[in-house]
Design a binder for this molecule. Sequence first.
Ligand SMILES: O=C(O)C(=O)c1ccccc1S
Ligand SMILES: [Mn+2]
Length: 259
Amino acid sequence: MAAPDPLDFAAAIATGALRVVDLTATLTPDFPVIVLPPEFGQAAPVRIREISRYDGRGPGWYWNNITLGEHTGTHFDAPIHWYTGKDLPNNAVDTLPAEHMIAPACVIDCSGEAAADADFLLTRARVEAWEEEHGRIPRGHWVLLRTDWSKRSPRDYANLKEDGAHTPGPDAEVMKWLVEERGILGFGTETIGTDAGQASHFEPPHPAHHFLHGAGRYGLQCLCNLDRLPPTGAILITAPLKILNGSGSPLRVLAVTRP
Ligand SMILES: O=C(O)C(=O)c1ccccc1S
Ligand SMILES: [Mn+2]
């Protein structure tokens, strides 16, 4: 196959022949971060502190200092993030292959199920039903779980109760199957984690993290606008910050798709 001309891709975007969809939540100081049991370390809250704004601190410029955790807002999980991926090659955000930062995506719409049950779990049977309609999930594709969770107010994201968070996600069987049998590149969610809120009680605990990162695959969290994507045919651009030995990073996630 003759190499396609990248300029044709740029021209298609400039003319609207291809559409760009921003899948990124705005990073604000009150954007919720994952809350772990109190005995563990916690993510730093997002802080945006003005340095100057065209004033005596800097007459001609406006800038801020920001502080935040790697796993804040719409962010990327690298294999090194989880113990199952800790010894893999090129497993950090500064070493993962650049070719993995542009890849196709399948979108599985479970917004109805998640609206009815905050603890909805994606199963292998549910994904196979999706495949019956849209075809087998190709190797090297992202699988994005649409729940419309991103349409909730930030304070409802974690949906915390006495026994922890109650948010939808995948069960252990489907994650093992997606990674080992379908060879996906990664799994993306609208919720604060790639795992369900109650996933610490699953076997293995946090199965999305366990199987994805153990296979050198990636996670995306706090995505939005998945309702604007087709079930197949979108390309994702996911380039995390190049943080030395970074376990993940906030990033801008863009999708390119037909109008
Ligand atoms: O990757 C994350 O943001 C995430 O969900 C997480 C982060 C740290 C510890 C456990 C989990 S489960
Ligand atoms: Mn994360």
